[in-house]
Write a protein that binds this ligand. Structure first.
Ligand code: 9MR
Length: 390
């Protein structure tokens, strides 16, 4: 979709009207966070709120800092930013011997100039499907462990030294556990390294020595909705986290992506009732091992929610509120990042589309940059959360 000038101006006026009109942003009554920004409300609970953003050029219709309508929302609501894609190997590693940081540099410069904190996503995305093509075909030679160690170490060192203290938290490894089996994924990289555990351990140890200031996160998408695959995924992640502790691997926090899903047309309360108990047991086990928690990629997949926009938005908001209330009950939860602030640019619409093919409504602002009930739900969850620092 092209972003015409006229559409841009109309959207901007709509946004300005929304931003200025009291009552359109907040929920009903005191304590709901009415009128306050998400970052301010998060700060009151001792946390930071933020979002991913994408690279874009001026005039491009993207969830980018180059789009003034989007940048305005980021600057008002967010304290932390994370690149949606631009730090992944598929973007930064055109070949085994070269790096290209031009896109992320532009985003990082914007973030720093505007006073945002940054998260780094990700030093390694584990499923082979997301490797750059050259890596899938790479020949690690006669001493594969040494060659793989050199490649991974060089990557971590290059990124961490380039950005230094500007990146305060890294998804060091993303999605290493296979949901279907709970085992670590088997890829050209883990085979070269002689296994998944040595690979992950090397990544975290290298990140700790190259970025001693940074929070080191293992990030994954195990979700709280019940289903056989989710149980297996959760068990696999717990096993991995236990292993890190046994081996003394320096991992500070579990990144819970939180792409929560309204995948069946059932009352929200029913889905929450089914999910809550087992999910709390999982979180309790994670924090008992001394890990902190981060919500790294929050959004709501409304694939099976009703077509009616008002009903759908209400369900999305109520579902998000129930989930966030549980998560915010953990003092170990720090940063909360949305995977995008505006439905117009959300990855959700293209992924697993709705039967009616309509745009998904899983981020806080709609396609015309107007705040939705989901924004109110996030605001109210922060406003009513107890402060993590007492
Ligand atoms: O939102 C991202 C989308 O734009 C990319 O096409 C895709 C592949 O690079 O990755 C999406 O982000 C994913 C994130 O990096 C890891 N967790 C799942 C996210 C949604 O698929």
């Amino acid at each position: 979709m092209k972003f015409s000038r006229r559409e841009g101006v109309a959207s901007f006026l709509a946004l300005a009207a929304t931003a200025c009109a009291p009552g359109t942003l907040g929920g009903a009554g005191a304590g709901s966070g009415q009128g306050e920004t998400l970052k301010d409300l998060a700060a009151r609970s001792g946390r930071r709120f933020g979002s991913e953003l994408a690279f874009g050029r001026p005039g491009e219709d993207r969830g980018s800092f180059a789009n003034p309508l989007y940048a305005e929302i980021l600057e008002r609501e967010c304290e932390v930013l994370v690149p949606e894609n631009e730090l992944k190997w598929a973007w930064t590693r055109p070949s085994a011997s070269t790096f290209d940081f031009r896109q992320f540099d532009a985003m990082g410069d914007y973030a720093t100039a505007k006073g945002f904190a940054l998260r780094g996503h990700t030093l390694f995305w584990a499923p082979e499907k997301w490797f750059p093509q050259w890596l899938v075909a790479h020949d690690f030679g006669a001493q594969p462990i040494k060659a793989a160690e050199t490649m991974l170490t060089e990557h971590v060192r290059t990124v961490c030294r380039r950005y230094g203290p500007r990146i305060g938290s890294y998804d060091v490894v993303n999605e290493a556990v296979e949901p279907e089996t709970g085992a670590l994924r088997d890829t050209v990289m883990t085979r070269a390294m002689g296994g998944g555990e040595p690979m992950l351990d090397l990544m975290f140890h290298t990140a700790r020595s190259e970025a001693p200031h940074a929070q080191l996160v293992y990030n994954d998408y195990m979700s709280w909705e019940r289903g056989t695959e989710d149980e297996t995924h959760i068990a696999g992640v717990l096993k991995l986290l236990e292993g890190f502790r046994k081996r003394g691997t320096p991992v500070d926090a579990l990144g819970i992506q939180s792409h929560i899903r309204l995948l069946k047309d059932a009352p929200v309360a029913e889905i929450v009732r089914e999910s809550e108990g087992p999910w709390r047991r999982f979180l309790d086990a994670v924090v008992a091992m001394g890990y902190d928690l981060v919500i790294t990629e929050f959004d709501v997949n409304d694939r099976e929610a009703p077509d009616d926009i008002a009903i759908r938005d209400r369900m999305v908001a109520d579902y998000a509120r129930a989930y966030l209330d549980i998560m915010l009950g953990y003092e170990q939860l720090g940063d909360v990042l949305a995977w995008g602030m505006v439905d117009r640019y959300s990855w959700l619409t293209g992924f697993d589309p709705r039967a009616d093919k309509s745009i998904k409504r899983g981020t806080p602002y709609d396609a015309q940059f107007r705040a939705k009930p989901l924004r109110e739900a996030i605001a109210a969850a922060f406003a009513t959360a107890s402060s993590r620092h007492g």
